[in-house]
Design a binder for this molecule. Structure first.
Ligand code: PMP
Length: 444
């Protein structure tokens, strides 16, 4: 039995596996991965939007190695230099009053803590999240994750209400041309005057309607939790202004807005460092993971003193959160993003990428969307329905065989999710666009 077959029987059966011929990856170098046969792949999924500055980036590796020889661990009951320096650096990326940081170890844990903070602060229990959203897999946040294929039939996250998904492509009100970004599409535009998106109005109306009907007047929701662009759900980008108005509606009722920046943060969107900024939205709590550590397990929750302080009526403890190794890595990642101007690279190369994809003369491509290097390509049958799962799977297998790794997502599994390390070049984009076009043409 080879290693791949042996491992399959040791790991849970439900563990995500894209490929018929599974990969055994042995090495990474910036935007490239190498398998056990020495084959090289251009990695345009970055460990699911996690490898932000590139595999094995020398500066991040050096920071980790130096810390390994100094101090691994003490638990947070003692302060360490790395956590002090990292907390300063990370909070410097936020405007006042978002200046208190809790360190955790994953995105699920960050969202779990964010809900606890919101409930503790407001004295309320109800939470709102959006259909098609993904927020993690602890039993609490599973209640906020609204993608059926990720929900085991076990009790999870009580009192979490779901709102309609502000999806300009498959949603009921259109509005695809009211998304931020370089690509305008013919499908499902809305008939808006400049600065006034009618689809956004409709989604906000239904949101307010829900606030009116589902919560008593005396006690509104504790929190609204949303990704700034939905990731696992298929790079769903809301119409302009939606998030700002949804946050305000909740805040007006005394609830707090939680921005899940696990995929959209750290400059990936190009125009802004945080995804919520691209929607002009002002959250009360921000959760982070994945790209924060370039693959090292780190998570964080940043909030205001007003929300954090009441949580300190009881003690707060997390054995590994902000440990010296994680803090050294996290700080180095932020420095690389600045030094190598990776946010600017996301803006420039992302723009180019989106335009190249939109220019493909391929009828199976129903939608090209995204910002910076957070890109989605939705594939359709000739009648506009989502591409059949078997065809999507064949396309993914083909791109991999041709040396390109990309993700798949959306409730129908028909969206190519492209979220590479932020250091890719236009040459990489040309290589990838060719492979994507050829793979779709072969199997659509
Ligand atoms: N939020 C978002 C937006 C995510 O994409 C994910 C992971 N896919 C999570 C939270 C959960 O993160 P983790 O897997 O680190 O628990």
């Amino acid at each position: 039995m080879n290693r791949i077959t042996a491992l399959r029987s040791l790991l849970p059966k439900g563990q995500v596996s894209y490929y018929k011929d599974q990969l055994l990856i042995v090495r990474g170098d910036r935007q490239f991965l190498f398998d056990s046969n020495g084959k090289k792949y251009l990695d345009f999924f970055g460990g699911i939007v996690t490898v932000s500055v590139g595999h094995c980036h020398p500066k991040v590796n050096d920071a980790l190695k130096a810390q390994v020889d100094k101090l691994w661990h003490t638990t947070s009951i003692y302060h360490t230099e790395p956590i002090y320096e990292y907390a300063q650096k990370l909070t410097s990326k936020f405007d006042d009053p978002l200046k208190v940081v809790f360190f955790v170890n994953s995105g699920s844990e960050a969202n779990d803590l964010a809900l606890a903070l919101a409930r503790n602060y407001t004295g309320r229990f109800d939470v709102i999240s959006m259909r098609n959203g993904y927020h993690g897999m602890t039993q609490t946040v599973l209640g906020a994750t609204n993608l059926g294929n990720w929900k085991p039939t076990i009790p999870h996250g009580f009192n979490i209400f779901k709102t309609l998904n502000a999806d300009p492509y498959r949603g009921i009100w259109g509005g695809a041309n009211c998304r931020d970004g370089p690509v305008q599409v013919k499908n499902r535009p809305c008939d808006c005057s400049p600065g006034q998106c009618k689809a956004s109005d409709k989604y906000v109306e239904q949101f307010e309607d829900m606030l009116l009907h589902d919560f008593s007047h005396s006690s509104g929701p504790a929190a609204y939790l949303a990704e700034s662009i939905q990731g696992v759900g298929g790079t769903v980008q809301y119409p302009k202004g939606f998030l700002e108005r949804a946050y305000k509606a909740v805040q007006k009722r005394g609830g707090v807005a939680i921005a899940d920046e696990v995929q959209t943060g750290f400059g990936r969107l190009g125009s802004h460092f945080w995804g919520f900024q691209s929607q002009n939205a002002k959250p009360d709590i921000v959760t982070m993971a994945k790209g924060i550590g370039n693959g090292f397990p780190i998570g964080a929750v940043v909030t205001t003193k007003e929300i954090a302080d009441p949580f300190s009526k009881s003690l707060y403890f997390n054995t590994y959160g902000g440990n010296p190794l994680a803090s050294a890595v996290g700080k180095a990642v932020l420095e690389v993003i600045e030094e190598e101007k990776l946010q600017d690279n996301c803006a420039e190369v992302g723009d180019y990428f989106l335009k190249q994809l939109a220019a493909l003369d391929e009828p199976a491509i129903g939608d090209v969307r995204g910002k910076g290097l957070m890109i989605g390509v939705e594939l359709n049958e000739a009648d506009g329905k989502p591409l059949a799962p078997a065809k999507s799977a064949a396309i993914f297998e083909e791109t991999k065989n041709r040396g390109l790794l990309i993700g798949k997502g959306g409730i129908y599994g028909n969206v190519l999710r492209i979220k590479p390390p932020m250091c890719i070049t236009k040459k990489d984009v040309d290589f990838a666009v060719d492979i994507i076009a050829q793979s779709i043409a072969k199997f659509k």
